[in-house]
Design a protein around this ligand. Sequence first.
Ligand code: SF4
Length: 231
Amino acid sequence: METNTLTQSKSFGLLPKLDCGACGSKSCNEFANKVDNGEEELKHCIHIADKLENNKSSKECFICAKEGAGMGDKLNWKDNLKRDFDFILDCFPNEPGPKETILPYNPTLVKELGVKKGDVMIGRPMGMSCGCPITHCGIVSGVDARNGVIYWNVTGPLKPRSEGFVDIGYYVSQAYEGIIKETKEKIEIGRRYWFLPRRCMLQWRHSGLVNAVTKLSDGSYKVRIEGLLIG
Ligand code: SF4
């Protein structure tokens, strides 16, 4: 992570240290360095934009008062539209981004386009699941050509811009897999929850049904979530 390789900048103390990526940088420290270099504006951190507007003289991020707290506590368990959520969904360590199972609106494209592991791909999760307005980019981690299903890790747009991409068009997001380290609710199989994917560009809550749970030795949960929607 860039946090280790970049010098800690003077703007860093003003940021909430959520490393959510919503500003387009991979970490708060990377973003802070850009602010210090004049390449970015502090207000592009969506978590502090309104606070900056209301309190221009502040020398300290309103969230940073909770230094050491998890992302959920820092956000008071409210998403960017002030809606309650139950847990944060993190991606698996050593994976490039959140893990998704997707079904293209035209599943024959999987064979027609020859989609394969390692491909850089873009598409938009239209309609019933999940209705997100943002085109997603990512790296294919596996393909089930018989069912027209693709497994991928969602990432930022840098790779597609520099390396080209396969455009799968509209798709339905069928499942998320990830780790729950922060929750304010008991995690149980069969329950529907509101959750915030840590790296959601909009920082909007999602809803889904947890249909596989493994409790890990460090107390976190490995989960699979289906029946997804945003709202
Ligand atoms: S948007 Fe997220 S990653 Fe970017 S500075 Fe704000 S908290 Fe950090």
